[in-house]
Design a protein around this ligand. Structure first.
Ligand code: NAD
Ligand code: ISE
Length: 335
């Protein structure tokens, strides 16, 4: 059986997911697209055999030919589409963030819990990266003892013009928050944020870099260096320090070239290159699960927890104080 997918939001990542669905993965075809920029939707549909264009996301979700939906529009628009997919009983792959406020995420948790089955997968693709998976396996086997600290660095070469200061936390570091929860298998309970000296390459309205410090429920510490104008490329680092060893991500370059008294390897340009296999794997698993009528991967709960932690980090950034994270009780559906 082929899964008929509708895509809401066909900008950068929406088009990248369409490329992988049509050229890389198996078992799915794109039958409908929509975008508030209808010309963009038309241009994208023009490259797809037989895909129809809908005026808006609600119409696309209501299309009987659409079996499952990808939401890749801007973060603040995710809630209404995810809620509509749940109401229609359709599996939905929602790009991060699940929603941009705690309240919006809670409405999604409530709707999915009421539906009595998981319908939502959130696009935290790092969980599908070979390096992070090997780190998790190492920790789970007990090879380095109990994890004490996780050092994470998230460096973007530059950011687009529409990027505003809060996004360094809720758009960029949301990935570090999720991968910390995944690797350490616990919740984050408090946040602090400090501001190093400003990067003079940053636009005036951006606070860059930031250093975030999180406490987990079992007493481990997570630190995240977030840099969004590092210039040299897209550089993602991670190291977990355990009681008797450490495990860290290796360099992502496939090869190192040694010559003329030095060595060099390629640094990815952006996340599309760095995490290309992770995106492929997350979406193939979603297609396979949706085809079988079930859900998989990061859940609405994971999306909710990440958003609430980011809210606390933003409050900590503004106040300069330690801010506690308070999550509601986890519904049975997500245990
Ligand atoms: P983008 O601006 O390139 O594309 C977003 C598209 O959504 C645009 O074409 C815009 O016109 C459209 N859109 C906005 N509001 C809409 C609405 N209400 N209905 C329909 N279409 C609408 O942005 P992007 O970089 O592709 O990001 C899109 C989403 O993907 C964001 O949530 C972002 O955080 C996420 N993202 C995730 C990753 C990742 O690593 N997982 C990487 C990049 C972006
Ligand atoms: C972008 O939206 C992503 O999700 C990328 O993975 C992240 O590195 C980048 O900072 C975000 O803007």
């Amino acid at each position: 059986m082929t899964l008929n997918v509708g895509v809401i939001g066909v900008g950068m990542i929406g088009q990248d997911h369409i490329r992988r669905l049509t050229q890389v993965l198996s078992g799915a075809r794109v039958v409908a697209v929509t975008d508030v920029d209808l010309n963009r939707a038309k241009a994208v549909a023009g490259e797809l055999a037989g895909a129809r264009i809908h005026e808006n996301g609600q119409d696309l979700i209501g299309d009987d030919d659409v079996d499952a939906v990808i939401v890749a529009s801007w973060g603040p628009t995710h809630e209404e589409y995810v809620l509509a997919c749940i109401a229609a009983g359709k599996q939905v792959f929602c790009e991060k963030p699940l929603a941009t406020t705690r309240e919006a995420c809670e409405r999604i948790l409530d709707a999915e819990t009421k539906a009595g089955r998981r319908l939502v997968m959130v696009g935290f693709m790092r969980r599908y990266d070979d390096g992070y998976r090997a780190m998790k396996d190492t920790i789970a086997r007990g090879d380095i003892g109990a994890p004490l600290m996780f050092h994470s660095a998230h460096r973007n070469a530059t950011v687009p013009g529409h990027y505003v200061s809060d996004m360094i936390v809720n758009d960029t570091c949301v990935h570090d928050v999720d991968i910390a929860r995944f690797l350490l298998d616990t919740e984050i309970v408090a946040a602090r944020v400090v501001k190093p000296r400003r990067n003079s390459n940053a636009a005036d309205h951006l606070t860059d870099p930031l250093f975030l410090l999180f406490e987990t429920a079992d007493g481990a510490i997570v630190d995240v260096e977030a840099s969004i104008n590092i210039q040299f490329g897209y550089d993602i680092r991670g190291e977990v320090v355990g009681e008797s060893g450490t495990v860290e991500l290796a360099e992502s370059a496939a090869v190192l070239v040694k010559r003329a008294g030095g060595y060099a390897g390629r640094i990815p340009e952006d996340w599309r290159e760095r995490f290309v296999r992770a995106y492929d794997r997350e979406l193939q698993e979603w297609v396979d699960a949706a085809t079988a009528g079930r859900s998989t991967g990061p859940s609405s709960w994971d999306g909710y927890a990440a958003t609430v932690v980011c809210d606390s980090a933003l409050a900590a950034l503004r106040s300069g104080e330690r801010v506690e994270v308070s999550l509601r009780e986890q519904p049975e559906l997500y245990r």
